[in-house]
Design a protein around this ligand. Structure first.
Ligand code: FAD
Length: 150
């Protein structure tokens, strides 16, 4: 409920913007089972470590929140419940915008597509979307209506 007030309503009112962080430089990220960013539970927080790139809109002035997908259970035998999604405020300490990136020579300034690192970045447990291991489910839930609309 707090999340809805704090983020969703402001997003729906276009008062703030968001970014989605999945793609990583070291793995074939078109298959999200490959992603390596870790989301580890520590007490009442999740600790995030990883590197993402081509993250659209992360440098917009209005971008206040990022949805980050990473692995919370990398050793789970079922590779589709290894992932979780968490909400990461852009002003969280340890979130670093490394650089704006070019696409076919163009930089899409000023908003662009960013390389971003997470180094022991901490967010409260309530920032998880739907629950641990639900990252794939959330992504597929979003893609489903799109596929059905064709
Ligand atoms: C303008 C722009 C904006 C973007 N914005 C975002 C964003 O906001 N957030 C975000 O997370 N990402 C973003 N991306 C990244 C984009 O989502 C990824 O580039 C895309 O998902 C492909 O992942 P990849 O680059 O790791 O390519 P790869 O997964 O390495 O794929 C490269 C090629 O190899 C093929 N391939 C991959 N695996 C296999 C396999 N096992 N067998 C055979 N072929 C295979 C693929 O089909 C593809 O043709 C953006 C990219 C661009 C260009």
């Amino acid at each position: 409920m707090i999340r809805r007030k704090k983020w969703l309503e402001r997003l729906l009112n276009a008062d703030i913007r968001s970014a989605f962080a999945m793609t990583e430089p070291d793995v074939a990220s078109s298959d999200a089972t490959n992603i390596e960013t870790l989301i580890e539970r520590d007490g009442d927080e999740y600790v995030i470590n990883g590197r993402k790139f081509y993250i659209s809109g992360a440098q917009r002035k209005q971008c206040e929140i990022m949805i980050v997908i990473g692995k919370s259970a990398p050793d789970n035998a079922n590779r589709y419940i290894q992932q979780s999604m968490v909400l990461v405020p852009m002003n969280t300490p340890c979130v670093t915008i490394v650089r704006p990136m070019k696409v076919m020579g163009y930089d899409d300034a000023p908003e662009g597509h960013s390389e971003i690192t997470f180094e022991n970045d901490r967010v409260p447990l309530e920032n998880i979307i739907k629950g641990e291991g639900k990252g794939f489910e959330v992504a597929q839930g979003r893609l489903g209506p799109e596929a059905n609309s064709r």
